[in-house]
Design a protein around this ligand. Structure first.
Ligand code: UD1
Ligand code: CA
Length: 449
């Protein structure tokens, strides 16, 4: 049975106090929308439609980056969640299977929870609502359950005192029979306290037709929605706490777990040791047995088995470290492959480069990769030895087992096995320093008298 996913993301998010559409704010290095989209993705949906309104162009650009096939429906006027879903339904073609509605600002709904909803749908319910027992039900919609079935959903604004006392709340996630949904939506009116078309009203309409409606419940933590910067900070903290616990569970050592930050897609192997104050930006994979030392920042990179990174290292997108590589303090690596056992231990910049196995890059080495207009590559062969403070003016190559003298500016390719010295010859002038100093002191004495 095909699953059709609709993600509501037209809201402005006024309380964010931001120029950025709410769903583009980030938790764990990924926009809120990406969290919702990846939860949906695990269901291998037939189609995924995002309902955008406020900042629709920016929302569309981010959504397409994640999934080129995503559909975008524009909701010009924000007339309620029911109206929003209607914008996402195809006009004429009848659909089969299930339609699942998610919110773009609710990042933590688990794939397993969505699976449970689909199973309940397949067991015969025309509509399935995801509810949760709220510690503080506040202004959530309330699920009115009677004889084990879901009767209707009443919004807080429209609820009686007795209904407001219910603590079983609507998360907003709803799954419905795709063939019935357009008809149910057509029956919704806006004669209510908010003057909006409530998606939640499809429950009562389905019941009126004698259809089965069920509620599935999940942990309240999954339903955390983002409406303010404080919510965003809370969501980040919740994500990090869960990610740290999951890493420990999988056999990763975190010396100070509360100081390590992960991204949504971080992958860390068993027996990796992570020292305090390490940040993993998006796109990092660290293999078994590697060690990430304190105060390192990694993004878009791959660290192989046995490699040691840091302390104070920065690995930027495209940094590919082979097994047993050493990257030490105050070293930045970008778009560069460092082959097995090579060492870049101190104060260096290696960008747009390849470094052969076992090569040793001396302190203060810089690949001068940018001429102000274009980026150029530096190739260093296996076993090469780059002397401290070598400037490698790209495009340039240093052959296998070649050496460069300390302080060299290398502008021409160095053949394999050669020693390149690219600096002015030193000359020593006997006694000149002393004579100069004496003359300067005499001049100063004359001026002050
Ligand atoms: C909604 C539910 C409520 C539930 C709560 C959970 C309805 C009528 N109410 O209330 O039962 O407890 O969520 O958080 O569904 N959106 C659009 N277009 C619209 C309106 C909303 O895209 O015209 C999007 C918003 O951007 C947001 C989501 O739908 O992501 C929910 O809208 P919101 O206005 O926050 O609904 P609530 O009043 O909180
Ligand atoms: Ca809300």
């Amino acid at each position: 049975m095909p699953t059709n996913v609709i993600i509501l993301a037209a809201g402005q998010g006024t309380r964010m106090q931001s120029d950025l559409p709410k769903v583009l704010h980030e938790v764990a290095g990924a926009p809120l929308l990406a969290h919702a989209m990846s939860a949906a993705e695990t269901l291998s949906p037939e189609a995924c439609t995002i309902v955008a309104g406020h900042g629709a162009e920016a929302v569309e650009a981010v959504a397409r980056q994640m999934d080129e096939t995503v559909r975008i429906a524009i909701q010009e006027e924000r007339l309620g969640t029911g109206h929003a879903v209607r914008q996402a339904l195809p006009e004429s073609t009848a659909m089969e299977g299930d339609t699942l509605v998610l919110y773009g600002d609710t990042p933590f709904i688990r794939a397993a929870t969505l699976e449970r909803m689909l199973e309940t749908r397949r067991a015969g319910a025309a509509v399935v609502v995801l509810g949760f027992y709220a510690a503080d039900p506040g202004r959530y919609g309330r699920l009115v359950v009677k004889d084990g079935g879901l009767e209707r959903i009443v919004e807080y604004k429209d609820a009686s005192e007795a209904e407001r006392a219910i603590d079983f709340c609507n998360s907003g996630v709803i799954c419905a029979d795709s063939a019935l949904l357009p008809g149910l939506l057509a029956e919704i009116g806006n004669d209510n306290a908010a003057g909006e078309y409530y998606l939640t009203d499809i429950v009562a309409h389905a019941r009126a037709r004698g259809l089965d409606v069920a509620a599935v419940s999940c942990d309240e933590a999954e339903t955390l929605g983002i409406n303010s910067r404080a919510d965003l900070a809370r969501a980040e903290a919740a994500f990090q706490a869960a990610a740290r616990a999951a890493s420990l569970e999988l056999g990763v050592t975190l010396q100070a777990p509360e100081t390590v930050h992960f991204s949504l897609d971080t992958v860390i192997g068993r027996d990796v040791v992570i020292e305090p104050n390490v940040v993993f930006g998006p796109g990092v994979t660290v293999e078994t047995g590697a060690r990430i030392r304190a105060f390192s920042h990694l993004e878009g990179c791959h660290v192989s088995r046995g490699a040691i990174v840091g302390p104070y290292a920065r690995l930027r997108p495209g940094a590919e470290l082979a097994e047993d590589v050493r990257v030490g303090n105050f070293v930045e690596i970008k778009n560069a492959t460092i082959d097995e056992g090579a060492k870049v231990n101190h104060l260096s910049y290696v960008g747009d480069a390849s470094i052969g196995a076992g090569a040793n890059i001396g302190a203060g080495t810089v690949t001068c990769n940018y001429d102000g207009v274009m980026k150029h590559r530096t190739e260093i062969g296996p076993g090469a030895f780059i002397g401290s403070s070598t400037m490698l003016v790209a495009p340039v190559s240093v052959g296998a087992e070649a050496m460069t003298g300390s302080g060299s500016v290398i502008t021409e390719d160095v053949p394999p096995g050669a020693l390149a010295i690219g600096r002015a010859r030193q000359t020593n002038k006997p006694n000149l320093a002393r004579r100069l100093m004496a003359r300067l002191k005499a001049q100063k004495a004359k001026r002050t008298h």
